[in-house]
Design a protein around this ligand. Structure first.
Ligand SMILES: [Zn+2]
Ligand SMILES: [Zn+2]
Length: 49
């Protein structure tokens, strides 16, 4: 489960290895297993996640 700064939460998984993604305000969304970075917009507030 990753949580955006606006409070929206969503379960997100790495498309490459299937592990749960993590969110860090500095790095953005990333996979702690394979290191893949994911860029997406928050569906609730529309800002970059
Ligand atoms: Zn991964
Ligand atoms: Zn948001």
């Amino acid at each position: 489960m990753i949580r955006h700064e606006c409070g929206y939460e969503e379960p997100a998984y790495c498309r490459k290895c299937g592990r749960p993604l993590e969110y860090d305000p500095r790095r953005g969304i990333y996979c702690p297993h394979c290191g893949r970075q994911v860029t997406m917009l928050c569906p609730q507030c529309g800002k970059r996640w």
